[in-house]
Write a protein of this length. Structure first.
Length: 275
């Protein structure tokens, strides 16, 4: 379920200036956040994120794990990192790595990216493709970003980051094994408050669009038809970036929600006002 995985890897706001500063290329800064993951209201996991931006360059590192009964049963945990540059309203990834385990098996992925094209992928152990998998071609590896870099969403200079400019986009993602799009559309605004951030967020409806590499079965079809996927995007301080504050995805057994419990750093709370 790519949307849920991406949500657990969600990132937060820079520890510089205040959100809704005038649109500009991000200055050097670091930020960190903590997210809680719940299923039908019950906590099942956490994610910790740290990142750095130096002018138009970025690097993100993420650690996530299941907790409580879910953690005891599966032992699930994972980590991911990505780096690259901000290019217009897109991220230009230069590299991505991820690892995960569930108590029975573990897998690592490393991917090199240049000019929006995946130039090398290493998956250990290799994924054994099932007969019903949609074939993945070299064309599917072009014009993409990785799933961690995709969490950074630049807004066009001069546009309000809490508006349709934040949401209205289609993100082309390749994770080394599967190619899919996430299509976002503006649905309104909300006001939120958590440790480190208080202010407005853009509410986006989201759709998962499988392209290739996935199994052509019920799971992919159900996700593609799922209209109960939503992302709330918050502004990154001192920049023209927005990132997920909250993501909700309806699953077969209930709503999965990933929401920030601390957002933007360990010290002062930022209060943001609409421009």
């Amino acid at each position: 379920m790519h949307c849920v995985s991406a949500a657990i890897l969600s990132v937060s706001a820079l520890l510089i200036a205040v959100p809704h500063a005038q649109a500009q290329t991000p200055a050097a800064g670091t930020w960190e956040a903590r997210y809680g993951v719940s299923l039908i209201g019950l906590p099942i996991g956490t994610a910790n994120v740290t990142a750095a931006i130096d002018n138009a360059r970025y690097r993100i590192e993420v650690q996530a794990r299941l907790t409580g009964l879910a953690g005891m049963v599966s032992g699930g945990k994972g980590a991911g990192s990505a780096s690259g540059a901000l290019n217009g309203t897109r991220t230009a990834s230069s590299g991505y790595a991820a690892s995960g385990s569930n108590g029975r098996e573990s897998r690592t992925v490393r991917m090199a990216v240049s000019a929006g094209n995946a130039t090398g992928v290493e998956i250990v152990p290799p994924v054994i493709k099932k007969p019903d998998a949609i074939p993945l071609t070299e064309a599917h590896k072009r014009g993409i970003t990785d799933p961690v870099s995709a969490l950074l969403m630049p807004v066009e200079a001069g546009q309000d980051p809490i508006s349709a400019a934040a949401c209205d986009r289609q993100i082309q993602i390749f994770d080394g094994n599967a190619r899919y799009d996430i299509a976002l559309s503006f649905a309104g605004t909300r006001t939120v408050k958590t440790k480190g951030y208080e202010g407005p967020v853009a509410v986006c409806k989201a759709r998962y669009i499988p392209i290739a590499g996935h199994r052509d079965g019920k799971a992919a079809r159900d996700m593609a038809e799922n209209r109960d996927i939503e992302a709330w995007l918050a502004p990154v301080a001192g920049s023209r970036l927005v990132v997920p504050y909250r993501i909700a995805v309806r699953s077969e057994i209930g709503m999965v929600v990933i929401e920030a419990s601390s957002f933007g750093g360990p010290t002062a709370t930022v209060r943001a006002e609409r421009r």
